[in-house]
Design a protein around this ligand. Structure first.
Ligand code: IPD
Ligand code: CA
Ligand code: CA
Length: 265
């Protein structure tokens, strides 16, 4: 295990400890861009712990974190992408579906990804070329995507942007279309967790638009390392900063691209 993965796992677990101690109860939240885009003191505390630890260990790396934005030189081609609390709305209501997401990209390539869901007891990690793993006792389990072959027999997940009430590009038509074709579409409320669950084979596919790089980077590596596929919504190469992702077990991918492409808004 690389030093970077080791560090990412350790700080995800420590930050997760802060969130776990505050789970299963509601929290006061401030609003960001819109009345539905929330932030709590726990998002900030988790982020401070993670960012401080990365800065100390790798002072020359660039860091992009949700609450504090960009910091660090990053002339070495290394960028950390951090969502200190993915699923803030769930967390703020006491619903335990939230996680910490930490990824490292080197020269544009996702190298390390950790998704830690402390209230659920799930710790996922991946390193490029080394597989995707779920920490279980007594030993970690290597993850494999599902074998589901058609959208008609698939369980999918998606999410909706915070500006869904004002921008027609809100994923509603896509949701209806895929709901009618599949065995169901879940809205878990934490993008990194959705991707981790595709990697684990518990979900067969997931898509979302208007994401941020910190939402999708770690989870995308998990899916790839578990044998799945992650692209843009049109099936083209995944661009982490473009904010859209279609992830699947691979078997369903082309069918999902076609189904999403046929949606009329
Ligand atoms: C959000 C969650 C949600 C997704 C949104 C994200 P946050 O992240 O991942 O599931 O639908 O697009 O912004 O705000 O809870 O970190
Ligand atoms: Ca997020
Ligand atoms: Ca967040």
């Amino acid at each position: 295990m690389s030093t970077e993965l080791h560090l990412a796992r350790r700080i995800a677990s420590e930050a997760g400890g802060i969130l776990r101690a505050a789970a299963f109860r509601s929290h006061v939240a401030d609003h960001k861009q819109s009345p539905t885009d929330l932030v709590t003191e726990y998002d900030r505390r988790s982020e401070r712990l993670i960012v401080d630890a990365i800065r100390e260990a790798f002072p020359d790396d660039h860091i992009l974190a949700e609450e504090g934005g960009a910091s660090g030189a990053g002339k070495n081609g290394r960028r950390w992408l951090i969502d200190p609390l993915d699923g803030t709305t769930n967390f703020a209501h006491g619903l335990p579906f939230f996680c910490v997401s930490i990824a490292l990209e080197v020269d544009g390539e996702l190298e390390v990804g950790v998704v830690q869901a402390p209230a659920l007891g799930w710790s996922f990690w991946a390193e490029r070329g080394q597989g995707a793993w779920l920490g279980l006792s007594p030993r970690p389990e290597r993850l494999r995507v599902s074998a589901t072959a058609t959208v008609g027999s698939a369980l999918l997940a998606t999410g909706f942007p915070y500006d869904n009430a004002t921008d027609p590009r809100n994923n509603f038509a896509e949701f209806v279309a895929l709901y009618q074709k599949s065995q169901g579409v879940r809205r878990v409320g934490a993008a990194a967790l959705d991707l981790a669950m595709v990697a684990a084979g518990w979900l067969d596919g997931y898509w979302e638009m208007k994401l941020k790089p910190w939402d999708l980077a770690a989870g995308a590596l998990l899916v790839r390392e578990a044998g799945g596929r992650v692209t843009g919504l049109g099936g083209g190469e995944l661009v982490v900063d473009a904010g859209e992702a279609l992830a699947s077990n691979g078997h369903l991918h082309d069918e999902l691209v076609t189904a999403l492409g046929l949606v009329k808004r």
